[in-house]
Design a protein around this ligand. Structure first.
Ligand code: ADP
Ligand code: MG
Length: 323
């Protein structure tokens, strides 16, 4: 399919707006307020945001399940409204909920899906796909006998039946245990290594940080960041030193140390302080010297690097403030 791409982006989204219909014709929920971004080919791209941010709305527009209110969406160069047939063939979507007819076997589920997409018998890859998702030994089992993890993997195989160049997973690991999460990450990495562009939504920061080459953050229907993961994590300007003091300053009623270079200083225990500082303005050594200069004796020190969570909190709290 790749030879048809007239656009360097796997997915291109411009000014996407979705307003759901309200009750009795009233103004409904504005779920997407004009979102624009591109998903580069060959990447694992994370769409990150809290519950209710608009992630599933966006995915469902890609899937053709929700009709956009305004904006342009291209999948592999094909506009979803003018060229929906080609756009649909270019994408495989794994929905958030697991739904199956329990009486079909995994092999039958894939054969039916292939029929639905008009994939000729000779071109079907049922066993190859089952092997790819590590379900070859379950080919003829009833779907209802599969574990939760096996069902999720079968859904991924089902999304790949028509050999799309782009795979989209909506919250693939929401509510799954640690072991299954690792398995799904591994599978996503394998598919990407074979050249597949993967888009996944998640509200787990750690997942986006571990897995994605690039991350877009969406909050209240608006895109608030879109950067390579490493750059986004590097945006965290703040560092934190955790100090243990030699005495209980809370019981003594002593004022906490203060300095203009501290972003904040909080007592996290009777003898522990957490001081946040801007790493462009000062460093841990200077922070310690300032504290000791104010008459506090330090018995232990640890530092914490800011991570994606800190960036996320900073970006989403800035977003809440009125412009
Ligand atoms: P996410 O997947 O990021 O959790 P959603 O896209 O599901 O977010 O929801 C975004 C917003 O749109 C939420 O406020 C949600 O309540 C609303 N919403 C989602 N689906 C519908 C719908 N079918 N009708 C009306 N409002 C909806
Ligand atoms: Mg969702």
């Amino acid at each position: 399919m790749s030879e048809h791409a007239s656009d360097p982006a796997a997915i291109s989204i411009q000014g996407l707006v979705k307003r759901y219909a309200g009750r009795k014709g009233g103004e409904g929920k504005l779920a997407l307020e004009g979102v624009s971004f591109d998903v580069p080919q060959g990447q694992i791209f994370g769409l990150l945001g809290p519950n209710g941010a608009g992630k599933s709305t966006l995915i469902n527009i890609l899937a053709g399940l929700v009709r956009k209110t305004a904006g342009e969406v291209r999948i592999w160069g094909f506009a979803i409204d003018h060229d929906s047939r080609n756009a649909k063939r270019a994408i495989g979507i794994v929905p958030q909920e697991v739904v199956f007819d329990p009486f079909f076997s995994p092999a039958e589920v894939l054969e039916l899906q292939a029929g639905y997409y008009g994939v000729p018998k000779a071109a079907r890859r049922t066993m190859e796909l089952l092997r790819a998702v590590h379900l070859a030994d379950k080919a003829d089992a009833y779907s209802r006998t599969l574990s939760g993890g096996m069902k999720r993997r079968l859904l991924i195989a089902k999304a790949l039946v028509h050999a799309p160049p782009v795979l989209v997973l909506d919250e693939p690991t929401a509510g799954v245990d640690v072991e299954l999460r690792r398995q799904l990450w591994e599978l996503v990495r394998e598919l990407n290594a074979e050249g597949m562009t993967v888009v996944l939504t998640t509200h787990y920061l750690e997942e986006a940080e571990q897995l994605c080459d690039r991350i877009a953050i969406i909050n209240h229907g608006r895109l608030i960041a879109n950067k390579p993961t490493r750059e986004l994590v590097g945006m965290a300007r703040e560092k934190i030193v955790v100090l243990t003091l030699d005495r209980d300053i809370v019981a003594e009623g002593r004022a906490l140390p203060a300095h203009p270079d501290f972003v904040k200083c909080i007592a996290t225990g009777e003898r522990t302080l957490e001081i946040t500082y801007d790493k462009d303005r000062t460093n841990a050594g200077q922070v310690l010297a300032l504290i000791e200069g104010q008459g506090f004796a330090i018995v232990d020190v640890t530092t914490r690097e800011a991570d994606l969570e800190d960036v996320f909190v900073a970006l989403t709290s800035a977003e809440r403030q009125p412009a």
